[in-house]
Design a protein around this ligand. Structure first.
Ligand SMILES: N[C@@H](CCC(=O)NCCCC(=O)O)C(=O)O
Length: 258
């Protein structure tokens, strides 16, 4: 029987403590979007792995997903102001930054969502704003927690595609240059890393999507949450299918290697 050549995609976990017990966890919606729309097999990457062990994982995997999370990237990673420990997830930071560097060096497809976009920017030398609403003319980008979850993840502001990166291409495949996306973040890109190109901005100037300039495969991230309506929303489907195709191409390329 032919080996199942479906791509395996590693998903970096959040470290959470519930009733004094530590968990490594990922929201199911991210895993469903990978499995059902990208058509790949998601596996969880726990915290605490050494860089060498992460490399072993990424040599075996065909893609990397960096999910959103309520926690923030530690400002110590980019020279930002000291933050309250309760808002941080240092295990996640360490694993994500190392996994990003390794995936890019190995040419493993990479997709970041919300916190994942912020991690990608920091991993490549960029900085973050701790509260993007403080910027001149900036709108509100945090979710309304008083709303039901589906309404928190409903489209809420327009973004406009720019450049020729993976996400900009997905937007233009919808025969448009502008779409409405959801928004559930307080932080955002302050200084864009040199190795990143902007794929989309919100109308108030927030960088909403980026692509890695020198990447030879899908290596991109978005500030919004395409996983939530990955079935219903056309752009979400385009992005996850494009990521899945890149992961399956990676499988084929590895099969052809001597
Ligand atoms: N904490 C950062 C990133 C925000 C983010 O990833 N939100 C996702 C919330 C839902 C989830 O946990 O998946 C910021 O505030 O900018």
């Amino acid at each position: 029987m032919a080996e199942d050549s479906r791509a395996i995609v590693g998903v970096v976990c959040d470290r959470q403590t519930v009733d004094g017990v530590d968990y490594d966890a990922v929201r199911v919606r991210y895993l469903e979007a990978l499995h059902l729309t990208a058509g790949v097999v998601p596996v969880l990457i726990p915290g605490g792995l050494t860089d060498k062990e992460l490399r072993t994982c990424l040599l075996a995997f065909n893609g990397l997903l960096l999910t959103g999370a309520a926690s923030n990237v530690s400002p110590s990673r980019y020279g930002g102001p000291k933050a309250c420990a309760s808002t941080l997830d240092l295990d996640r930071d360490r694993t994500s930054i190392a996994a990003i560097e390794t995936a890019l060096s190995l040419g493993v497809p990479l997709f970041g969502i919300c916190r994942g976009l912020q991690e990608l920017n920091v991993a490549l030398g960029g900085t973050l704003s701790s509260d993007i609403s403080e910027g001149e003319g900036r709108g509100v980008h945090v979710e309304d927690l008083s709303l039901p979850r589906d309404l928190q993840y409903a489209p809420s502001h327009a973004i406009v595609a720019e450049g020729n990166g993976h996400i900009a291409e997905c937007i233009r495949r919808l025969n448009t240059n502008s779409v409405s996306v959801n928004t559930l973040h307080q932080q955002g890109i302050a200084r864009l890393a040199d190795g990143l190109a902007v794929d989309a901005r919100s109308v108030d100037g927030v960088i909403e999507a980026v692509s890695v300039k020198e990447a030879t495969t899908f290596a991109a991230a978005v500030q919004w949450h395409p996983e939530w309506f990955h079935v219903e929303d056309p752009l979400s489907g385009e992005i996850f299918r494009a990521f899945g195709e890149a992961c399956h191409l990676h499988v084929k390329r590895k099969m052809l290697q001597p």
